[in-house]
Structure formats: structure tokens, C-alpha cells
Design a protein around this ligand. Structure first.
Ligand SMILES: Cc1ncc(COP(=O)(O)O)c(C=O)c1O
Length: 370
């Protein structure tokens, strides 16, 4: 038996997007950010496709995500934080760790020494994100001790941008200046970082300075999936990777003045053909599609009527006399000459594409096509 709602991830297109990001970010290498199960899309197949496409290393958010990727043959690094009790297993697994404070660095060093290993680390610098890491003003004074800690090799220096979607952002420029000051302090101590990185998808598209020397690496998540932050502009020639489909469950001819769905937010103005579609907010469809979004059936847009419920939504089939029960319904992606991109849902919900992708429901089957 088939799942009703299916999210198809086109791995060939994903690899194409990876290469497109590499083209724009060059000379920087591109590190895929595959945290949260690759934004909910399924980390295993996506990571394998990206490593095959040439990804030199992968970033995640937390230990279980790092362990899942241990067998891929490329370094895996945790980005913005590590808890004291996570240090031991992560050092043992050879995961590259963030250094977010002097205390954390001392603990990593001590644990690595106890295990007789060397821990590879990237210094997480807070230049204005205000979320985690060592404050850029405090970093120069800490560097001598950080660089001298035994069994800990600071092979990377990185920071993160909160406003990089703003093209020409003065704040992003200021962050780059702060970053440069710390990098200069480390170099004055004779230290060279193997990896220097700051840009995420927003910065790759809107802050080209973060894809040039001294940087030699960018971190990319969202763009790989063909989605982008509509708040900024887009430099990478991306192609959509995701298609979400379901099936048409019922077709009914309703008389005029029939109310539809919870809250009776829609009422037929005349006799209408109405379709019942197997998908609702439990599958990750934003409630904001109610009375505003559309689906595609046989390549034709069918507007959503009334409020979405948990498992079903209703659509206007006036333009689809040929529709039949069991028809494939495209919720996201292309059908014929029409396309519904992730960004459309984000705009209707008043949110960003990350929220839409990460909210796709757990009962939706993930399938992978090459
Ligand atoms: C520190 C860090 N770097 C990079 C990324 C990847 O961002 P994006 O998906 O915008 O490319 C994230 C994701 O939130 C992040 O937290």
C-alpha cells in the first residue's frame, strides 16, 4: 500500500544545486549543513548524494546527528554548541567540535588528553549573532591559552550572520571587520586556521565578501534544497528539489450556499464541483493556505476552499471536469505548466522557507529520485 502524501526529493537536482552553490561561492569550498535530519528531508540519502557530488565535510547541530554521518568518510562537525557530557563520546567518535568558551575548550582538551586523542575544533566567534560562542571583543585575550591547550587543535574559525539577507548590509560588513580583527590577532600569534568560514545561504547570495579571502569555506543548507530566503536576492541558479503529492479522495457536486469546513469560512455561491484532497495541516501544510492557496490536478490549479483540516482539504474543481477520484494532486512542485514553490507557502504563512520545509509532517513518506 502506498502512502497518501509523499515528498519526493530529487537527489540529482540536489547535487546540481550543490554544484551551482560551489560555482557562486568559489574559491570557497561548500560544506552542506544537514542538521535536523537535513531540515526534515532525510539525512542519509541527502548526505550520500552530496558527498558523491564532492562535499568535503558536513555540518550538523548536535551529537546524534553527527553520529549518524560517521561512516561517510568525510569530517563531520557540530556547529554552535556542545554540552559538557557530550564531549567524551564526540571526541571518541572523531567529530569536529565547536569551541564556544574557554571552559569548553579546557574540557575538550582534558577529555582528548584522557583518551589519548587530538580533538579537532573550530572556534565559534560571536560577531553579532547574539546566540552562542566567544564574544569577538574577548577572543584576542583568550587566544594564547586556547592555542596552547594540549590535544586540542583549533583548525577552524567561524562566525554566523543574522542579517545577511540584506544585500549590502552595514551590520554584516561590521561583523566581517570584527571577524578580521580576531583572525589578525590569531595570525599575529603565528596561528593559521585550516578552515575560515562565515557564509550561510543568505550570505552566499547577498554578501559576496563572505565568499572571498580570507574565507575558504561556506556553510549551506537551504539553497541545496532549491529553496531560498525571499527576504533577500538570489545569486545561485537553483532548481526546485521537492515535490509533494497526494491523492483526490472524493468529488462532490454541492448546491449553492453550502458551507465548507471548520468555521464555515467558505460558502458556495452557486452549484459547484468540489474535491476532497488527502492532505492537511498534520502533513505540514500551513493553515494559511485556507481560502488562499491552490493545488495542481492534471496540471490545472484548483483553489483551496474553506479552512484546511488535519487530514483533508477541499478544492474547487470547476475547471477540472475530467478529475477522477484517485488522481494525483500536487501540493508542492511542478505539474504541467504550473508550479507551486516552497516560497509561495512561506509568503502565505508570513514565514520563511526553512519553517515550511522543517514543518513537513512525520507521516509524509520521503522518497528519493535520482
Ligand atoms: C551556524 C549555521 N551555519 C549555517 C547554517 C545554514 O544556513 P542556511 O540553511 O541558510 O544555508 C545554519 C542554519 O541555520 C547555521 O545555524
Amino acid at each position: 500500500m502506498q502512502h497518501r502524501v509523499v515528498l519526493t526529493v530529487n537527489l540529482g537536482t540536489l547535487a546540481g544545486n550543490y554544484r551551482a552553490v560551489c560555482g557562486v561561492a568559489a574559491p570557497c569550498a561548500v560544506m552542506p549543513v544537514l542538521k535536523a535530519n537535513a531540515y526534515g528531508l532525510g539525512v542519509g540519502p541527502i548526505a550520500r548524494a552530496l558527498v558523491a557530488a564532492g562535499a568535503p565535510r558536513i555540518a550538523v547541530a548536535e551529537p546524534f546527528e553527527a553520529l549518524q554521518l560517521a561512516g561517510l568518510g568525510v569530517p563531520v562537525q557540530i556547529l554552535s554548541g556542545i554540552l559538557p557530557d557530550e564531549i567524551g563520546p564526540m571526541v571518541e567518535a572523531g567529530v569536529t567540535l565547536p569551541v564556544v568558551s574557554l571552559e569548553a575548550a579546557r574540557a575538550i582538551s582534558a577529555e582528548a588528553r584522557r583518551q589519548g586523542r587530538e580533538a579537532l575544533c573550530h572556534l565559534a566567534l560571536d560577531t553579532g549573532m547574539g546566540r552562542a560562542g566567544i564574544l569577538w571583543q574577548e577572543a584576542p585575550a583568550l587566544l594564547p591559552e586556547l592555542l596552547a591547550l594540549p590535544n586540542l587543535r583549533l583548525e577552524g574559525l567561524f562566525t554566523h550572520f543574522p542579517l545577511a539577507y540584506e544585500s549590502g548590509s552595514a551590520f554584516t560588513r561590521e561583523q566581517l571587520r570584527r571577524f578580521g580583527a580576531v583572525l589578525g590577532a590569531a595570525e599575529a600569534l603565528g596561528h593559521r586556521f585550516r578552515w575560515i568560514h562565515a557564509a550561510n545561504s543568505d550570505a552566499i547570495n547577498n554578501a559576496p565578501e563572505a565568499c572571498a579571502a580570507p574565507f575558504n569555506l561556506v556553510r549551506c543548507g537551504l539553497n541545496l534544497h532549491g529553496a531560498f530566503d525571499a527576504a533577500g536576492s538570489l545569486r545561485v541558479p537553483l532548481r526546485p528539489v521537492l515535490t509533494m503529492t497526494t491523492r483526490l479522495a472524493q468529488i462532490r457536486d454541492l448546491p449553492a450556499d453550502t458551507p465548507i469546513g471548520y468555521g464555515h469560512t467558505y460558502r458556495t455561491r452557486r452549484p459547484m464541483r468540489v474535491g476532497t484532497v488527502c492532505a492537511g495541516y498534520a502533513d505540514g501544510l500551513p493553515l494559511a493556505l485556507s481560502n488562499r492557496g491552490a493545488v495542481l490536478i492534471r496540471g490545472v490549479p484548483a483553489p483551496i476552499l474553506g479552512r484546511l483540516s488535519m487530514d483533508y482539504l477541499t478544492v474547487n474543481l470547476d475547471d477540472l471536469p475530467e478529475a477522477r477520484v484517485g488522481d494525483v494532486v500536487t501540493l508542492l512542485g511542478r505539474d504541467g505548466g504550473h508550479e507551486i514553490p516552497v516560497q509561495d507557502w512561506a509568503a502565505l504563512k508570513g514565514t520563511h522557507a526553512y519553517d515550511i520545509i522543517c514543518s513537513i509532517g512525520s507521516r509524509v513518506a520521503r522518497e528519493y529520485r535520482d
